[in-house]
Design a protein around this ligand. Sequence first.
Ligand SMILES: Cc1ncc(COP(=O)(O)O)c(C=O)c1O
Length: 401
Amino acid sequence: MKTWQAMSSFPVSKNVSRMQSSATMAAMQAAQTLRAAGVNVCDFGAGEPDFDTPENIKQAATAAMKAGRTKYTSAGGIREIQRAIIDFYQREFETEFQPSEVMATAGGKQAIFNAVVTLIDPGDEVLIPKPYWVTFPEVVVFAGGTPVFIETEETDFVLNVEQVERAITARTKLIILNSPSNPSGRVLPPNEFRRIMELTTERGIYVVSDECYLRFVYPPAEVFSAASLPTELRARLCIAGSFSKTYAMTGWRVGYALAPADWTKAMLKVQGHSTSNTNSIAQWAAVEALNGPQDSVARMLAEYTARRAWLLPALCDIPGISCAQPEGAFYAFPDVRGCLKNGMKTSADFAQRLLEEEHTVVTDGAGFGAEGHVRISYATSIERIKEGVGRIRRLAEKINA
Ligand SMILES: Cc1ncc(COP(=O)(O)O)c(C=O)c1O
């Protein structure tokens, strides 16, 4: 009898064969397996808020269901979500977008996917500063493009215009920026952002600005959106935004793209033939998220601020570990090379020992293009952070004894 296994030589397409599986998913899987076995796990792997979605947002979803708002919407989303996004940018950054420049997507991820696949042809080069969010190179590869990585370690993972300029070739079509950054938490200073946008405008290079962590920035770093730049610097810009982190809505799958009308039109074509619209109920919830009270965002930011204030000095005090100050998002990205000894060669080895000996999950930096580092998500309670850092210290002291 034939089984699925017997027929499993599935001819995966070349585009998909070239893609790597997600390193962040692997960390989540490892945590789940241990937890299922009853182990007391400290999980610094998850890239999502540990808070519940605010009540007013849930109620808006309930009301939408009761009102029968459960049907297809247009591919770019309901008028109300487009309006709420436009109003937000008007309010916060004094920039006026047109409905033809806005589309709702299934998370920021789909906005990035849409933006890349509508622009990139085989042979095109796409600049990606290191360390990068794991999805960026994979989407570029899927589209047939060539990722060209920019090293930023010499500037503590903060990109500058000279580094971008050195990486540009005649084939450069796009650069993907991400500030605040996942995994480093570093923030591109507004001045430098502007200089990079001036350079890309001058060279005719397109820009995707992934602003999914826009609202989680720690002073003195400043909240900055490329949307606030003058119109002439935005002619080749697509902003990818998300409700996932800001409103603790990762499972709802709502994000958006803001881009010139012709780019948006192409993205609508892709989305219309793939997922159609994002979930109609979640769109109504997102309208409430943007238009309703914002105190939950402030509360989450205050909590992340307190965790970060405890975490950073504690991490830097561990023998063999150093860490640049994250200025946004909810990640620290320590350098663990001082712990790579006695047979341990890579940050993956370090992460594995931490998992096996201390039941503590971190994500290996190699998947983000920064071997020698690990990502620690502090989207978990301060008690778990203290326990987990204690475990990391114990392993580091053992290694360095
Ligand atoms: C840098 C960055 N961009 C985009 C996303 C996508 O988020 P979502 O698709 O949930 O909006 C994430 C999620 O982890 C992220 O870290």
